[in-house]
Design a protein around this ligand. Sequence first.
Ligand code: GLP
Length: 242
Amino acid sequence: MHISTYSTADRAARASATRVLECLRTHPSLVLGLPTGLTPVPLYRALVRAHQLGRADFSQATTFNLDEFLGLGRGDAGSYRTFMDTHLFAHVNLPPRRAHVLDGRAKDWRAEVKAYDARIQRVGGLDLVILGIGRNGHLGFNEPGPTLAARTHRVRLRTATRRANAGLFEGDWRRVPTHALSMGIGTILGAREIILLATGQTKARIVARALHGPITTRVPASLLQAHPNVAVCLDRDAASAL
Ligand code: GLP
């Protein structure tokens, strides 16, 4: 694991954007795994800016988002699809057919999660996955537990996770769906390269447990310690308990 600490959240996000842009330049048909949440917003801002300046060409890239709320999809205000449209997809030249987000409104979620893994396999797997981290150590929506699902699956969200996502639902956590679809931990760890981006004091404790604590499914992000190619980008606050 290569851990870098930056003076501000914006600098940490820009450092991860720089790596995405480097990969995109050397490998235009890059397959990216993408997160949602407040943390990656400045990263997406940097990617959009680079594209506007002619420094980022997404025309051959493919993206797979990590997760989506069950019951929500394209056009729904709280959906991660809408989040991605707003922060990235609408502003870069990524072909819409290659911008994959799980469809939380799919009639048959079992078929949806199977098809998602198959699509990832068909394009040769994930080259680079960007991850945020939940305060309980979740990655995507892989919540802590006695076991973790390897492949894309349906999850029941913890109340704490629903509260953390309330911002997408006008601050009312009860409106946050109770379930979600999430890329599995095996699919995530199958990526050739991973960047974990964490910023803010609220992440300090879990970052320390994930990076230096025991590897356990009770802290899903701790499994990153077993991956050979992980870069961790932190701001000073998130690094303060290391
Ligand atoms: C959600 C997402 C995660 C994300 C986490 C942290 O639960 N499913 O992928 O890492 O939020 O979000 P934030 O960056 O807003 O702290």
